[in-house]
Design a protein around this ligand. Sequence first.
Ligand code: 5GP
Length: 233
Amino acid sequence: MPLDVAAGAKATAHMADPTNSQLRRRRGLLIVLSSPSGAGKSTISRMLLESDPHITLSISATTRPMRPGEVEGVDYHFVDEAEFQRMVREGEFAEWAPVFDHHYGSPQAPIKAALREGRDVIFDIDWQGTQQLHAAMGEDLVRVFILPPSMKELDRRLHERGTDSDEVIAGRMQRAAAEISHWAEYDYVLINEDMDECLREVRSILDAERLKRWRQAGLVSFVRDLVASSPAQ
Ligand code: 5GP
């Protein structure tokens, strides 16, 4: 066999090898975890981030005061109202919304880069932000809602967390019912009775969503080469 033909045959065989990186190349996805405060989404997103190198967290900007233990640029970008409004005016947010007495928004810039580079982005945002992201991002967005097993358990978890005053917790409990009323706008709804089980379920959702046909950018050329390499050709 002439050298260039041998090299061509080898290249074709390589392209049709399902383990090659061309096939695994995929578009990233955006995954939203919404729930009432205290239902466990922050813990779940932290556990996912620690165990999966392909996911990054969308770090929101917020006008709310920093809680003890929070770190600027890790939990949120803490900004004042004037800076937040500047970011809104200059189109820096993919979505933003008022939550409780403050503003929260997801910066736009990191999202598109992540999608292109095949990285996934996780969002801890409320139903208002999810609606806006869904309208803007379509099928790039996977929406997951996490329910607490009961309102009593939600109240218990908020007190156990020890980060908010009784007054703030009462406000969060009131808002929880409003947040839960949006459960049917999500693609997946989980009940967080057991944190490990809930995490397993979120991982299964991610595994399946990553395999969606249109996210597998390498499939078109893989199938073309697969068919072209048939001995029957
Ligand atoms: P917390 O003050 O407890 O950190 O968050 C309060 C609520 O704001 C949570 O339900 C959280 O999901 C939501 N939230 C956090 N960041 C954003 C954001 O960037 N956009 C929207 N729409 N909601 C957010």
